[in-house]
Write a protein that binds this ligand. Sequence first.
Ligand SMILES: NC(=O)c1ccc[n+]([C@@H]2O[C@H](COP(=O)([O-])OP(=O)(O)OC[C@H]3O[C@@H](n4cnc5c(N)ncnc54)[C@H](OP(=O)(O)O)[C@@H]3O)[C@@H](O)[C@H]2O)c1
Length: 324
Amino acid sequence: MSFGKILTLSSGSPLPQIGLGTWLSKPKEVENAVEIAVRNGYRHLDLAMIYENQDEVGAALKKVIPSVVKREDLFMTSKCWNSAHQPAEVEKELDETLKQLGVDYLDLYLVHWPVAFPPGNGLYPPHATKEGEVALDLETSLVDTWKAMIALPKSKVRNVGVSNFTIEHLEGIISATGVVPIANQIEAHPLLPQDDLVAYCKEKNIHITAYSPLGNNLIGQKKLTDEAAIEEIAAKLGATPAQVLVAWGVYRGYSVIPKSVQEERIISNFKQVELTKEDYEKISSLGHGRHVRYNIPFRYTPKWDIGLFGEPEEAKAAYKVKIA
Ligand SMILES: NC(=O)c1ccc[n+]([C@@H]2O[C@H](COP(=O)([O-])OP(=O)(O)OC[C@H]3O[C@@H](n4cnc5c(N)ncnc54)[C@H](OP(=O)(O)O)[C@@H]3O)[C@@H](O)[C@H]2O)c1
């Protein structure tokens, strides 16, 4: 069985390039998906407290560790949710994640978003007066949270990093602490290549993990797997459109975490195909003059009234990220 290509993080930890995403994987679906994935060679799992399915992932892990895989041969990433950004909460939530998963340590723990919510009132604390909005904690800064992340014991997390951070956010935490995140997990696909951020991370040796690589979206747009140019290249290579999109991310050197709960797709998404330079460029050209970011919290329900990425629609947001 092939386990796929292994990358090396700046800490020296090996990271399997293709991982399984688990966002929106429903209870009963995710247990099955994780078991199928591991049985078919996946060794990298992308998880998070906010996906509210880590108990199920834990149940799947019990079925495959140690009979199929040793714990140390799996790379598990999870993420600190916004309502646990306060320094006193960071390790408590990590402990809860470890309990849900039934493991002693994570390979990578990320700050999920550069946004803090107040603790102790659920994962989406409601805003006191504005209906349909989540409450924000405008006091806790990214630097406060990052200091707590880098103080976590190595026995519980081997590597720490961030997710959805821009260059400005990264600069802020690095200049305040001198500690460079091991990874930044960001939305990246042909319609959102994020070239400047990718170049900045490369220079700082911050590993990029690409999420929503298939162009998953909750905004009613055509999925990238249905784009004619992608279908055409897939047909030429005898591959699926999803394999072509995963290959586009692989070509750029980062790790890629497609999500599926369907057996056939879980298996085929993991099988790598190689793109020629010409195919890679043709796919990249889909994003010329077309910019689509699917994950903008300002338009989530409940709304987060905060601008993160400098997207035009975020101009109406009331607040900005508190970096330091
Ligand atoms: N850090 C963050 O803030 C963040 C944000 C978003 C996502 N993520 C992580 O990244 C992972 C991947 O991103 P994502 O879930 O947004 O999107 P994605 O992996 O780009 O797309 C998932 C969607 O594509 C479908 N799909 C899977 N394989 C397919 C195939 N071979 N052909 C056609 N459709 C296929 C899935 O449906 P089926 O399941 O029915 O196959 C699902 O609807 C997440 O699951 C999560 O772990 C992180």
